[in-house]
Design a protein around this ligand. Structure first.
Ligand code: SF4
Length: 301
């Protein structure tokens, strides 16, 4: 039962982090229009199961008026709203409050702030500290999303300016696949028999991008919302009828490799490393599922 719809509001970002799943960068193309956002929100309401709308990217604050309008419309429809940002806009606490005022005191808006050694030279970037203090002053709930850094010398703090830090493992897909796998410690490929992050048989969330792709993991699409209504993409979803998801649901990346008899190395950094490598070799056969090009870094060449 689908509970969360994540808008990839734009693939564009002011940064180009080495671990980014979706290959965001200042050069990236693709931005939602308000008309298409309203379409997805209305379709999500129709499903009757969706509770949370997340607004992320890329960096959603780059399209600030559209982001604010999306959040307001989602709240009007009764959804809880989450916004994910790297806080490039929080130049000082007072100015950060100005950016956050539209969400102040809203009981059903939550900020997630990205802060780690990919986003700055310290675990706590100055901008995230400013944003966390501004959110606190406005009584707005915020927490921090950090990703483990392979060679970090200083441990990640458990909170930043009173906001709790959630520390996630680095997943070796997207840009991290090309940047970090060479030096990572590795395990035998046959160990990766389960997707560690998604349960495709009980899909609880999807990401929708500006090109209409509906992703169950970034870069694995179950339909295009500009070709078929989003509510139908979701209600007709069956992982066992999808040639990529069927093996992934049955036996993780190992089953995907075995089903298509793909050549592979003996060792991989994690399940996502093996999965992403397999998908790269399959994507020209299954381009409507394994897309768009952005999710495979092909616009960066
Ligand atoms: S194993 Fe594959 S499907 Fe699962 S999260 Fe990693 S990249 Fe996505």
């Amino acid at each position: 039962m689908l509970k969360g719809v994540h808008f990839l509001l734009t693939y564009r970002c002011d940064l180009e982090c080495d671990h980014c799943f979706v290959w965001s960068s200042p050069k990236a193309k693709g931005v939602f229009t308000m008309e298409r956002i309203n379409n997805i929100l209305t379709e999500s309401k129709k499903l009757g199961t969706v509770e949370t709308v997340s607004i992320e990217g890329g960096e959603p604050f780059l399209y600030y008026p559209i982001m604010v309008k999306t959040a307001r419309r989602a709240m009007e429809l009764g959804f809880r709203v989450e916004i994910l940002s790297n806080c490039y806009w929080a130049t000082c606490v007072e100015d950060a409050q100005e950016w956050l005022i539209p969400f102040a005191e809203a009981k059903n808006v939550e900020l997630t702030l990205s802060s780690d050694l990919y986003h700055g030279e310290k675990w706590a970037t100055e901008e995230v500290k400013n944003a966390a203090r501004a959110a606190k002053a406005l009584n707005l709930k915020s927490d921090i999303l950090a990703v483990k850094y392979p060679l970090a010398e200083i441990p990640c703090p458990s909170e930043i300016e009173g906001a709790k830090v959630g520390l996630w493992d680095l997943a070796y897909r997207g840009r991290a696949f090309s940047k970090f796998t060479e030096k990572a410690s590795k395990k035998n490929w046959s160990e990766f028999t389960k997707c560690p992050f998604e349960d495709f048989t009980h899909q609880q969330r999807v990401h929708v991008d500006p090109f209409g792709y509906v992703h169950v993991c970034q870069g694995i699409s179950i339909g295009n919302a500009w070709e078929k209504p989003f509510s139908r993409v979701i209600s007709e979803y069956n992982p066992y009828e999808n040639p990529i998801l069927e093996p992934l649901a049955r036996g993780g990346p190992v089953a995907l490799v075995e089903k298509f008899n793909l050549p592979h190395d003996e060792v991989y950094a994690d399940a996502c490393h093996l999965c992403y490598a397999a998908r790269l070799s399959l994507r020209h056969r299954f381009s409507s599922i394994l897309g768009p090009d952005q999710m495979y870094g092909e616009l960066e060449q």
